[in-house]
Design a protein around this ligand. Structure first.
Ligand code: 5AD
Ligand code: SF4
Length: 443
């Protein structure tokens, strides 16, 4: 049986795509290898969102080239967004790569692998309809399963490469999604996270994203439902109402802001103003008390002046996000913004990034500290990373909670009292443990 080793870069969609690739190749007689040394095929599932992501992959390819010199029969391939973005250039730059497969070509990977020996192959057609709805991913065991419900993006924010490398928006049929979730529940998963580049743009026939969540709520065995990443302009009133009324839909939302300046939002073509975003946050907080909000911020976008950046810092403070991912703008060839002159020097981008990180870190720490003394439900996921004899899990708000294991087991849903906090972790003690152990952890 040939074996494949896949290394994943980038976002959760790519992690889910790796599971999809493993499922598909598993059906075609491949087994999963634990390391490059054990593999007949080595595949890097790549990200193209910022230059840094691509640089990391080029670096890794350099290392794998040495492996290939020693093991010439090994097939080395590149999948994912960078495969789509860089395409032929990858083969010019890295002649030892055997194949390049874009995100809509995964179905054809078994044939590509069958014919790529000695003859580099590039499969990078985008397909407006491919959803892989019929392929069962080979998922990591655990309490949480990631379920891709839509692919692609039609928004074309001026900075973003995603619509070019992932193609047009398309959704899985609702029946296929719900069937997957039923199978996951039967397989003892307790939480599903719906994934899509603009997940709340999901639509299949008459079923929009709000309806999909409502139907998921009815599936026994699933206790928690989350989704990422929504776009602010697709946060409909009916979606907010479903989040408020469905007990399993967790009080948590990743709501990318990008900038707190109307001028920048317009140049980014985000489709909303600061006032509209603020009003959305107000409606969410009124409907879902205690909702945790997180965001994405870009600093140093072309034309961003000190006043625009100050407006972003002020809005980040005002909204009070639980946490945020913050990035320096990185020009991506093929996007609209890449044609505009960069006006913010690299060092200045760095300064702005550090400044906004400091604002957010202080905020995250303060928000978490305010939780000390309260209790929260925690679904236990596994051992805590840095403390022996401790367990870790997530609160409904998707905060990491760690506590002395004290006889609790992975898969338990426990009530924990928060005794300490950092900007990224809540420290707790278990108060009471409900018996909700999962079949998959019985042994
Ligand atoms: N440069 C920097 N950050 C980017 N993002 C997307 N494109 C770029 C880019 N060209 C960020 C956005 C997005 C997140 C996934 O990555 O903040 O929400
Ligand atoms: Fe990129 Fe904008 Fe689509 Fe998000 S909504 S994937 S930022 S184009």
């Amino acid at each position: 049986m040939p074996s494949i080793y896949i290394e994943t870069y980038g976002c959760q969609m790519n992690v889910a795509d790796t599971e999809l690739l493993l499922g598909h190749l598993g059906q075609h007689g491949y087994r999963r290898a634990g390391s490059p040394a054990d593999a007949d095929v080595i595949l890097l599932n790549t990200c193209a969102i910022r230059e840094h992501a691509e640089d990391r992959v080029f670096g890794r390819l350099g290392e794998l080239a040495r492996h290939k010199v020693r093991h010439p029969a090994v097939q080395l391939g590149i999948a994912g967004c960078m495969a789509q973005h860089v395409r032929e250039r990858l083969l010019e730059k890295i002649p030892f790569v055997d194949f390049v497969v874009g995100p809509d070509e995964y179905r054809h990977l078994p044939e590509v692998l069958g014919s790529a020996i000695g003859d580099p192959l590039v499969a990078v057609q985008l397909d407006r309809t491919e959803t892989y709805a019929d392929i069962v991913p080979q998922r990591e065991r655990g309490v949480r399963a990631w379920v891709t419900v839509m692919r692609g993006c039609d928004k074309f924010c001026t900075f973003c490469i995603v619509p070019y490398v992932r193609g047009r928006e398309r959704s899985l049929p609702a029946d296929a999604v719900l069937e997957q979730v039923r199978m996951l529940a039967a397989d003892s998963y307790r939480e599903v996270v719906y994934l899509g580049q603009t997940v709340n743009a999901y639509r299949s026939g008459t079923v929009d994203f709000a309806a999909l969540l409502r139907q998921t709520q009815a599936i026994d065995g699933i206790e928690r439902i989350r989704f990422t990443s929504p776009h602010p302009i697709d946060m409909t009133e009916s979606l907010i109402a479903v989040m408020a009324s469905c007990s399993k839909v967790c009080p948590q939302l990743h709501l990318p802001l990008q900038s707190g300046s109307d001028r920048m939002l317009a140049k980014m073509e985000r489709g909303h103003t600061v006032a509209e975003y603020r009003s959305l946050v107000d409606r969410l907080r009124r409907a879902i008390p205690g909702i945790a909000l997180t965001t994405d911020i870009i600093v140093g976008f072309p034309g961003e002046e000190e006043a625009d950046f100050a407006a972003t810092c002020a809005l980040v403070r005002e909204i009070g996000y639980d946490s945020a991912f913050m990035f320096k703008y990185s020009a991506r060839s093929g996007t609209k913004a890449a044609k505009w002159p960069e006006t913010v020097a690299e060092e200045e981008k760095g300064r702005r990034l550090q400044a906004i990180i400091a604002v957010q870190e202080a905020q995250s720490a303060a928000i978490n500290r305010a939780l000390i003394g309260s209790t929260t439900a925690v679904l236990i996921e596994g051992p805590a990373r840095r403390r022996d004899g401790w367990h870790a899990g997530k609160s409904p708000q998707f905060k990491t909670v760690v506590f002395p294991a004290n006889g609790t087991r992975i898969g338990d849903l426990v009530q924990a009292r928060i005794t300490g906090a950092t900007a990224h972790t809540l420290i707790a003690e278990v108060e009471e443990s409900k018996s909700s152990r999962f079949e998959q952890f019985k042994s």
